[in-house]
Design a protein around this ligand. Sequence first.
Ligand code: ZN
Length: 437
Amino acid sequence: MSNSGRRWRRCWGLFGGTVLAWVLGGGFGVSPALAQTCQPAVGAQGAAPFTVWYCQGDQTGQRATARVARLLDAVWPEETRPEPNGLGPPITPEANGGRISVYVTAPNETVDTGGCTFGFCSRVGENFGVTVPTAPFLESPDARLLRSSGAIIINENIGVNDATVIHEFFHVLQFAHNVPAVSSWLGEASATWAEYRYRATDVSRVDYFRGAFQPATRSSLTRSSLNHEYGAYVWFLWLAQRAGGDRAVFQLWSALEAARSNNVAELDALVGRYLATLRLAWAGNFKGFAVEDLNRNLSGAVAPRLLFGRGASGDAAVPLNVTPRWVRPPSTLNLGTRRTAVNLPLLSAQYEHIRAISRPVGAVVVTSNRMKPWGDLVVLAHTRFGWQRRDLQNGSVTFCRRLSRQNVDQLYLIADNHDDRQNRSGASYTVTGKRTC
Ligand SMILES: [Zn+2]
């Protein structure tokens, strides 16, 4: 699937903690009308504390307000459940009598969520929705923005659906924990996970898994790229599966409260520490995510037997067999040795499929080189007894085909860099077809 022309799904807007602090220092709540084109009018009041606005004269927006209010009221109690069963309540906004503001607008309508006077008006543009931090802004002693309330702008043409409302409101709730972290991959990936968690009927989240994430497993899981971040929501499926429940996702946001910036190294350190508390440290467990991301149902001895689309914390909308992009086209193994280079950014993986083994091959030898200590090579091998898994760092495994339980006819090779700090290169593995054992 091509990415060209793909619209950003839903981003959120923020004009940087320090700039914002300056804005605040300059005074807030002064005349908001200067750069404003949207003259907000109340379209609907939620049963929960929010107001849905439209811009005066915009009938499309006005008509959509009741539906947006219904959608938000439907998920509000669940999304705001106290931790660890939800993200907890939003921070009560200073404006609008303490009710969260939701604007339903045309794409280019400019909305004043409090910063227009300072040149920071917001518009939804081609996004489905946008969420922006709003006062009160809680800062660290060195004037960095830490927590805030939020306002939502919904695109009246493409964003009036449950997925957008759930996703954007999740950003508001994230702001109550830590604003800088929202601009990392964690913000979009977990807000997209929320679409699954709160049962959005719009399952377009899967398009980002299929079209942006699976074709790019050789880039960092944590990389900053919107469509990739949306697709990375499957990592949160994995996290909840491995930790035994969705609370692992919510509690991550408590762990992120310590973040003082959106510096990826600082955030990754917090994530790493949090995973260690769950006994899911990257070093021992990233390969498990990589194996699950193969996204094929290899029944039998391949453990852990997790699939994104199955089980209590699985998203049934994820289609099985949407595999990552292969390092080379699936092929048949013949006599001889083939070497595959492993040069991978931090927290990334590459995949190879040997779908047949030619008759003269009596033994298959897989050897990994220089992958220790940062990399893993997982070998998934199929015989008529089912699948088996061998994990290599440095070392090799031989399948002697005259033995029925080693008579492999198909292999997957999954190499990863489980290091969350450094890109790595210089490793490789070889697959050799030999005549005899
Ligand atoms: Zn978003």
